[in-house]
Design a protein around this ligand. Sequence first.
Ligand SMILES: [Zn+2]
Length: 298
Amino acid sequence: MGRETLLTILLLLFGGLAAQPLALVPRKPLPEEDPRIAERRAWLQLWLPVAPTLVVTAWLCGWALREPDPVRARFDHGMLIAASMPFALVALRAAFRAIWVMVREPAQLPICTVGLLRPQILFSPFHARTLDEGQVCAAWAHEQAHVRHHDPLRIWLAQIATDLQWPWPWVRRRFESWLEVLECARDDEARSYGACGVDLAAAIVATARRSSPTSQPRRSWWSTSIDVALLGDARSLQMRVARLLAPLPEPVAAMLWARLSDPALLGMACATLSIVVALGAAYGNTILHPFLVWTWAV
Ligand SMILES: [Zn+2]
């Protein structure tokens, strides 16, 4: 069998097997805390089950760097292909949904932030005329917080990570909980930049009234908006407005992991995966060939 073909099959098989055990573990709801810290925690928890898959992927890629093409070891092609099929379906579904989000029209929302690589704010002039100046500034500050954190890209990536853990329902709920706390975190950031909580609450309610049910952003992973994740859930909307009408809580001291920026985390992940690639290149044959021979023997 060709090296790349076998690599693809092994990526699906071992990558899927690595993701599912941690996806099976339900996690307790997040305690009440500073939304900016809770958002970081929820974001990392979305990725935790996918981390073993990334490690396995890096290790197999390292193995493939030194494996001759075609692979000479004797092994049971049918067994490997059959075992990888369920994970291939999960990966195909995730890829299709990720592509679909990119090619379809973004949801028509009165105000939202769109764009994966270069996010920009779209503000309907018709909607802006229904708001006073303070509300416009508050809504703009909220969307600027989304832009600063590249939230459309983060939501798109989080959706892929969630889809790779399909079909467990609590994984989807974890994603939606993260979306809710993401909005609260951006509300607090907008207020810390000078936006008035009352004005922001008024802008959110006005936007919720103006948005049609067909444009509910909960189903839009391409765009974010001040009402994202809230239009379909009155309880969340009430909670968010109540938070905005209360004084802005004092920021609590975050632990080191919560203070790390996304580029810093990405750099650490890349460094770790590079080491794993090297380990795969060094020891891949020693570990993988006995496994391949075993599939032939059984
Ligand atoms: Zn928002």
